[in-house]
Design a protein around this ligand. Structure first.
Ligand code: NI
Length: 156
């Protein structure tokens, strides 16, 4: 178990486009495990490799049904719409309203090198879109419907 240091908004690395993973080496597997450990440590539902300073096209998601690792993902279908609040471990204690597709199909490779397809709706679809954006240097404030606000202010 290893927790990696998170990168936060303002770090130029978060704005770079990540590169395809050419081979799933033991180092990649270790990275994925560390990403999961880091995500769970901070109670996140998703984490992308650039958020731990690695510019590779990898993200992990757990919306409550167990971890799913996406290596070299492609989103092959986006349809419908959902509007709701969204946060990110790289912008701690902040949220904004973001409209995302309500249904996506995403193809990717797992840590064993096997290709798989997920058909995701609601929170899972939102998480895939959010994490995929990280791989292209996009953060949710870029695509939000309104301002980014402090979580604390919402409770007042
Ligand atoms: Ni994020």
């Amino acid at each position: 178990m290893a927790i990696r240091n998170l990168r936060f908004e303002g770090d130029p690395l978060l704005r770079k486009v990540s590169k395809e993973v050419k081979e799933i080496t033991p180092r990649i597997k270790e990275l994925v495990q560390d990403m999961l450990d880091t995500m769970y440590e901070d109670d996140g539902v998703g984490l992308a490799a650039p958020q731990v300073g690695v510019l590779k096209r990898i993200f992990v998601i757990d919306v409550g049904d167990g971890p799913v690792t996406f290596i070299n993902p492609t989103i092959t279908l986006k349809e419908g719409e959902q509007t709701g609040s969204e946060g990110c471990l790289s912008l701690p204690n902040k949220v904004a309203i973001v409209t995302r597709p309500n249904h996506v199909v995403c193809e990717a490779t797992n840590v064993d090198g096997e290709k798989f397809t997920v058909d995701a709706t609601e929170l899972f679809a939102r998480a895939i879109c959010h994490e995929y954006d990280h791989l292209d240097g996009i953060l949710y404030p870029d695509v939000a419907d309104g301002p980014v606000v402090d979580v604390d202010d919402l409770e007042d």
